[in-house]
Ligand binder design. Structure first.
Ligand code: AMP
Ligand code: GLY
Length: 423
């Protein structure tokens, strides 16, 4: 089988690394990829949102299966476009990808299916949003409706900050069209967890649980990032809660979308807030999490091509997923300045000395044959261990061998699991 992966981050490197291990994959391409991905796949210089370019390449290279990493090509309709051209792509159609592309769409769908989540209001008029904020009080969360690369969520400890966020989004249009509509919602306390499942439109197969560390500094302080590290499994989700999440959140949404004629095919990622024996939905993503994909894919024993193919063909019923029982931990090594603006092109040392972990590349390129930084999140050092503690130790042992000027990373990845006694 000839496979194309779309994207250029750590998630896509993990996908390529895993697909490369499938005996069914004869040719593997990645568009556009990065320096690490180039070791496992042939990189083609086509941007992830260049839909005509990707379609042309998939036809010319006779690609049998395209695996879409990031959300943007999905919300732009890549899967619809490929289907119309007779090409098979794994991921939701544009209509189903609204689960990530529009927070208002998702809130309303979830409300209709009684999915537990934060109380909310959806507004097109800033005066109405402000009146609602005054009524519910702080703390409160203001979210841009559309895609905003993680910059559209404002956690506001005071009413004044919340009204300022509404002002910036709706009057100042700091995020452009993403802020035409805003969602104002209740602030939820608890422990965040990532719950991913494979869906073929009707059958849903849960993947292993994982947890991400969104804040840039140790102790969950500082600004939000795309994710500074992850681990799997997440001991906060026991069997009873797992069953409840499937029944109350994942299945109602997948079945609801199927009934309205826009079935969901792909990975459905629910960001959950766990409060005791219950979980509330924070958001849906329509793709694998990153860095969560890195810890999931090193634990996945089943053939990924089989699973993705079954999902795109509506044949997940009866399938099962086999996991390595060991724990996996990923520590993200980030560039100076991340999550703000970063300097690129700094030479990276030590990657070849790592033996106890897999180093997934997230933002790297080759410059005159030398590996250099090329993004905010640069590498994801991912290790397995018999316990979470052993995986943490292996990942940090590997991270300590790598260096470039300005590199930084969190020292407490996995702390929630360790605090729960998973060690
Ligand atoms: P989102 O892009 O919706 O996942 O939001 C980004 C991050 O903001 C989440 O991962 C949470 O850490 C936080 N967040 C979002 N919504 C809420 C909420 N209603 N209550 C508390 N934290 C939230
Ligand atoms: N790690 C969070 C995400 O992929 O959205």
């Amino acid at each position: 089988m000839r496979v194309l992966v779309i994207g250029s981050g750590g998630r896509e490197h993990a996908l390529v690394w895993k697909l490369r291990r499938s005996p069914r994959v004869q040719a593997l391409y990645c568009a556009p990829g990065n320096a690490g991905i180039a070791a496992d796949a042939e990189c083609v210089p086509i941007a992830a949102d260049d839909l005509p370019g990707l379609e042309r390449f998939a036809r010319e290279a006779a690609i049998d299966l395209t695996v879409v990493g990031p959300e943007l090509p999905l919300t732009l309709g890549l899967v619809d476009r490929f289907a119309a051209a007779g090409l098979r792509a794994f991921g939701p159609t544009a209509a189903a990808a609204r689960l990530e592309g529009s927070k208002a769409f998702t809130k309303e769908l979830c409300h209709q299916h009684h999915v537990p989540g934060a109380a909310f209001g959806v507004f097109r008029d800033p005066a109405d949003a402000t009146a609602y904020i005054r009524e519910v009080g702080a703390p409160v969360v203001v979210k841009a409706d559309g895609l905003a690369s993680g910059k559209g969520v404002f956690i506001c400890p005071t009413v004044a900050e919340a009204t300022r966020a509404v002002d910036e989004l709706m009057r100042g249009r700091v995020l452009g069209d993403a802020g035409t509509q805003v969602v104002v919602e209740e602030f939820l306390e608890g422990e965040e967890v990532s719950f991913m499942a494979l869906s073929d439109g009707t059958t849903v197969l849960p993947l292993a649980t994982s947890q991400d560390h969104k804040r840039v500094h140790d102790g969950d302080r500082g600004p939000n990032t795309g994710g500074m590290g992850a681990y799997s499994p997440a001991p906060v989700v026991g069997p009873a809660l797992h069953e409840r999440v499937m029944r109350e959140i994942i299945e109602p949404v997948v079945h609801g979308l199927a009934r309205q004629g826009t079935p969901y095919v792909g990975v459905l990622y629910a960001g959950l807030m766990v409060q005791g024996d219950r979980a509330k939905l924070l958001e849906f993503n329509v793709r694998f999490g990153d860095p969560e994909a890195q810890v999931l894919l090193v634990r996945l024993r089943s053939d990924l091509v089989d699973l993705l193919e079954r999902a795109t063909a509506g044949r997940l019923a009866g399938a099962s997923v086999d996991w390595d029982p060991r724990a996996a931990v990923c520590v993200v090594l980030a560039a100076e300045g991340y999550p703000g603006a970063v300097e690129r092109g700094r030479p990276i040392a030590g990657v070849d000395e790592v033996t106890e972990a897999v180093v997934f590349h997230a933002g790297t390129r080759l410059s005159d044959g030398a590996l250099v930084t090329d993004g905010g999140r640069v590498l994801g050092v991912t290790a397995l261990g018999d316990t979470t503690r052993e995986a943490v130790e292996a990942a940090y042992g590997a991270a300590a061998r790598i260096h470039w000027p300005g590199m930084h990373y969190r020292r407490d990845i996995g702390h929630c699991a360790l605090a729960r006694g998973a060690a």
